[in-house]
Design a protein around this ligand. Structure first.
Ligand code: HEC
Ligand code: HEC
Length: 405
């Protein structure tokens, strides 16, 4: 048996066990997976595990040197990195509040990394000649799929796992690496905040995708905007190995992507718990007073009637993903902006999954390419592209309904 197949088999077996143990069979909001030990393990992995990707971020990209030389906390916050206030000792929180912490000194970033307080960045700090020195750095899932509630200051607060970090500029961060040729660096710099192209390093094409939330996926059997995987673990293996540089293997015969990093597998055994954690993350409810309830009720009728939205956005999670995927021609977000290549054409299915809509108020911009800045823009796009003929009142009501999900 080859090793890739073995991994697949083991993961599949493990997943069968998780799914059997956890599924409540209805996928309701609040119908969370009931396996607290597994979920707690998955949370640790989601937040803190690098899968050994220091081999890529440090040994290849030399990011630990970049951070030590040039990334003070002000710079870190400006590229969207977040600080977990709960990881900071009380004294430091008090000093921060009193303005006594040097925020323009990279040594402060290293101190924060030593405390494991920078969301999604994991540093190894050793004492060299009496000085704290960053010797290696790696990234975790939380880098892109967690943010903080800004309860202490902008960019500093309590973790919100599963919320996409739409302030994060992963391309700008990677472009800081001295190991990259200028042409590659230019592509990374072209993406902007909240976006990442999880295929560029494999197919060489450029068209960044918004970082999506990792919540609200319980009950949905198609993962990613093109429905590439039947379960979350499929894509977690893809990202962990091919994007984060974790130690392990990924193979998909549909795309021909076949990558093995290192000789150890630090990914497979973690996938069941990691998946269980993500399945436990429910979408956030809209803040009180954030929408007009009467208008939303009228908007629901538009959604189900004149807008024809419910023909695809159906069921508990507002998606028909478990029944079918859609041709790019049916989807209003193609052609891609700025002449970028079709995202679907670069995927395994070449199709799009109807996006689930719960928590949609929370994560503009919309569509896989972020081409609609607001929910008004989404409705306007559907109205003109699908020639729905909705009047101003219907459009406004529909937006209020979307804000209520
Ligand atoms: C550098 C940023 C980045 C990192 C790190 C990252 N992701 Fe993602 N993730 C993305 C982007 C961009 C997509 C959208 C891909 C698509 O839909 O084709 C995505 C998609 C997903 C999805 C699919 C969501 C859906 O609606 O189906 C899940 C789940 C997910 N990521 C979980 C993870 C986990 C778990 C990890 C760690 C193993 C991880 N991601 C690491 C950027 C990232
Ligand atoms: C033919 C099926 C179909 C119909 C009809 C449809 N949608 Fe969609 N919808 C999709 C697909 C597929 C996507 C994902 C597109 C993408 O990722 O670019 C999507 C995405 C969205 C998004 C963005 C989600 C996100 O996470 O960014 C919103 C909001 C939305 N639709 C609302 C509506 C509304 C409102 C209507 C009715 C006016 C509607 N849709 C009609 C299939 C459909």
């Amino acid at each position: 048996m080859n090793t890739v197949f073995q991994h697949k088999l083991l993961t599949t077996l493990a997943l069968v066990i998780v799914v059997t143990a956890c599924s409540d069979g209805n996928g309701n909001r609040g119908g969370a997976v009931d396996d607290s030990v597994m979920i707690a393990q998955g949370r640790e992995i989601f937040r803190h595990d690098t899968f050994g990707d220091e081999a890529f971020w440090s040994d290849t990209l030399r990011m630990h040197e970049v951070i030590a030389n040039a990334v003070d906390p002000v710079t870190a916050l400006s590229v969207g990195l977040k600080v977990d206030v709960e990881a900071l000792p009380e004294e430091l929180v008090a000093d921060l509040a009193d303005g006594k912490v040097e925020l323009e000194n990279p040594a402060t970033t290293i101190a924060l990394l030593k405390l494991d307080a920078v969301v999604g960045l994991k540093g190894t700090v050793a004492t060299v000649g009496g000085v704290d020195t960053l010797t290696r750095v790696g990234i975790t899932c939380a880098l892109c799929h967690s943010t903080v509630d800004d309860s202490f200051a902008p960019g500093i607060g309590k973790r919100l796992d599963g919320w996409a970090n739409r302030d994060l500029d992963p391309g700008a961060i990677i472009a800081l690496s001295p190991a990259l040729p200028a042409q590659t660096r230019a592509v990374y710099k072209s993406w902007g905040p909240g976006k990442y192209d999880a295929r560029f390093n494999l197919d060489g094409l450029n068209g960044a995708h918004v970082i999506p939330p990792a919540y609200g996926l319980h009950g949905i059997d198609r993962i990613t905007s093109t429905g590439d995987g039947d379960d979350i673990a499929y894509w977690n293996r893809y990202v962990a190995v091919t994007q984060m540089g974790g130690q392990g293997s990924f193979y998909d015969e549909r795309t021909g992507v076949n990558i093995t990093n290192g000789s150890e597998d630090l990914v497979s055994s973690k996938l069941p718990a990691l998946q269980a954690y993500q399945l436990s993350l429910e979408p956030p409810t809209p803040p009180p007073g954030s929408f007009d309830a009467d208008a939303a009720a009228r908007g629901k009728a538009v959604f189900e009637g004149a807008g024809q939205c419910a023909s695809c956005h159906s069921g508990e999670r507002y998606t028909d993903a478990n029944q079918r995927l859609h041709q790019p021609g049916e989807v209003v977000s193609e052609p891609e902006p700025d002449g970028a290549p079709s995202w679907a054409a670069r995927s395994a299915t070449q199709l799009y999954r109807t996006a689930p809509l719960e928590g949609i108020w929370q994560h503009p911009p919309y569509f896989h390419n972020g081409s609609a800045a607001t929910l008004d823009a989404v409705v306007e796009t559907y109205n003109s592209r699908k020639q729905l003929g909705l009047n101003a009142a219907q459009k406004a009501d529909l937006v209020e309904f979307l804000k209520s999900l």
